[in-house]
Design a protein around this ligand. Structure first.
Ligand code: GLN
Length: 533
């Protein structure tokens, strides 16, 4: 087994997650079996309890883990599905160690960061490769945070020790840094990179490869200079150039021969990468035949990362229709103040996103009413579906005070409500309906038309559900329940037949869309929106 460790220096947000995902993409294209691990330095056991403004999207896996959004990149750039074991936080590591201590596993010993915490970290790294249920050749481990942070030190110490266990030749350290262009000097500057590499060396890690984030290609001469100061070969200094769309990153890395350097350094025999399908997909993004504007209505739109997978899925839906998708980010609270007409009139399709709590709810409901009445294609996701049910109940089925008990615990008309099994839940962490559930589709529905199969599986993350007491009233008024749990108890998809495209889902289809395999619902939503131009 080979291990690649990816660290970041200088500043945050350089795109370590995308770099890790792109490396995985290239290694898979060379026919190598890989897996990923994201190590996050914060103390929350998982990001599920964090506000999206703190953390960005929470990515949900099939097995119901609430994970870092980088796992979304890993899935979108590879053929893999991630799981609980592909993401560990400091909190989860400590939680494991403290449990063992209480159990008596360390009886007689003082439990310390070194070796107990670092051993636990190393254990997670080894088990993600060994426990994958298939033969993994390369484990790609991304360390969250920036070198120099106090928080990530135990992780860095663990990966420093790692070659002592598995052999130096089986380990590759890749460090992502910034090479800024300074306008006044009209030059790229290498000093921040030198400092960052020095910081790594203080910890005891000599990077093998540098990914230098820049806005232009780094000259051979400058690569030589960086290489000299940082004790590397010039071939190991790679330009990580800014790109127009994120799916170009693997292609830029390949152009810089990163994959060749990696397999050479790790001593792996691998065929040249098969990149044609990925290149074709990127070509479609670069040369679309059509354009379309989608309004994405949500509460957390000021931080685009809050809806990372949703945004990417819309782009994928565009790829599936050879269309460039312009996403209009629309704050649902602004809809309440400024009115729907002003903000939505230029959108060809409207998507109402997931969310929690009642802030901005009336804006979402107004947007849905607008889409329904004006025949604008509409796609509701999770909370977006719940709002669509409330809107329809209030304005079509005559349930004037319909609401969700999430927004009004005393509501007399809770068309969206908690199921019994959620009523007594006190713990907030990891207790929603999480992960993949099967769903059966109604033949002849738009949902069936999209998926072209009757049984599907999609990922969930919510507490509230469609209240079955209202099935009769809503279906009599014209709503179609086109997707149900196989036992028929849970409503998973609703749609309106006499509308160009009005469909909403209780699950999160965005977690399963990929650029080279756009999700069928996003593809059809974009197609319907294009017709509405
Ligand atoms: N707040 C809603 C629930 O918990 C919807 C959650 C979501 O949109 N992910 O059911």
């Amino acid at each position: 087994m080979k291990y690649i460790f990816i660290t970041g220096g200088v500043v945050s947000s350089l795109g370590k997650g995308l770099a890790a995902a792109s490396i995985g993409n290239l290694l898979e294209a060379r026919g190598l079996a890989i897996t990923f691990l994201k190590l996050d330095p914060y103390i929350n056991v998982d990001p599920g309890t964090m506000n999206p403004y703190q953390h960005g999207e929470v990515f949900v896996t099939d097995d119901g883990a609430e994970t870092d959004l980088d796992l979304g990149h890993y899935e979108r750039y590879s053929s893999l599905s991630m799981s609980q074991r592909n993401n560990y936080t400091t909190g989860r590591i400590y939680d494991n160690v403290i449990r063992k201590e209480r159990h008596g596993d360390y009886l007689g010993g003082t439990v310390q960061v070194v070796p107990h915490i670092t051993d636990e970290i190393k254990q997670c790294i080894v088990s993600v490769g060994k426990g994958a249920g298939r033969k993994v050749r390369v484990v790609i481990v991304e360390i969250g945070g920036t070198v120099g942070d106090i928080e990530s030190l135990p992780f860095l110490e663990a990966i420093r020790q790692f070659p002592l266990d598995v052999g130096r030749k089986n380990v590759l350290y890749i460090h992502l840094t910034l090479v800024p262009f300074i306008k006044a000097a009209d030059e790229l500057k290498t000093k921040p990179t030198q400092h960052s590499v020095n910081k790594m060396r203080e910890i005891g890690i000599q990077p093998d490869i540098l990914l230098c984030r820049t806005d232009r290609f780094i000259s051979q001469e400058m690569k030589k200079k960086i290489a000299l100061f940082c004790s590397l070969q010039p071939e190991a200094v790679i330009t990580a150039k800014d790109v127009e769309n994120i799916y170009e990153v693997p292609l830029i890395f390949h152009q810089e021969q990163l994959d060749a350097v990696i397999v050479k350094r790790l001593g792996i025999k691998a065929r040249p990468p098969r990149l044609a399908p990925w290149e074709a997909m990127v070509h479609t993004i670069r040369h679309p035949s059509h354009e379309v504007t989608i309004g994405l209505v949500g509460k957390y739109v000021d931080l685009k990362d809050s809806y990372k997978s949703l945004h990417e899925s819309l782009i994928h839906g565009g790829i599936g229709n050879s269309a460039k998708v312009h996403v209009e980010w629309i704050n649902s609270e602004r809809l309440e103040k400024e009115g729907v007409e002003t903000l939505l009139s230029k959108c060809h399709g409207i998507l109402v996103a997931s969310g929690f709590g009642n802030r901005g709810i009336e804006g979402k409901i107004a947007a849905i009413r607008y889409a329904r009445e004006r025949q604008v294609p509409f796609f509701g996701i999770c909370l977006g579906m719940q709002c669509a049910v409330i809107e329809f109940a209030r304005n079509v089925a005559g349930v004037q005070y319909a609401n969700s008990s999430e927004f009004d615990t005393k509501s007399l008309f809770p068309v969206i409500d908690l199921l019994k099994n959620q009523r007594n839940v006190k713990e907030k962490g990891g207790t929603m309906r999480l992960g993949a559930y099967p769903c059966r589709l109604e033949k002849g529905s738009r949902a069936y038309e999209a998926y072209q199969q009757q049984e599907i599986s999609e990922r969930h993350r919510h507490r509230y559900e469609f209240n079955n007491d209202y099935r009769g009233r809503l279906t009599q008024a014209g709503m179609v329940l086109s997707g149900l749990s196989p036992d028929g108890n849970l409503v998973e998809i609703i749609e309106l037949p006499d509308h160009p495209w009005f469909l909403a889902v209780q699950f999160h289809p965005e977690f399963k869309s990929r650029p080279h395999k756009p999700h069928p619902l996003f593809r059809d939503f974009i197609a319907a929106s294009m017709k509405n131009k």
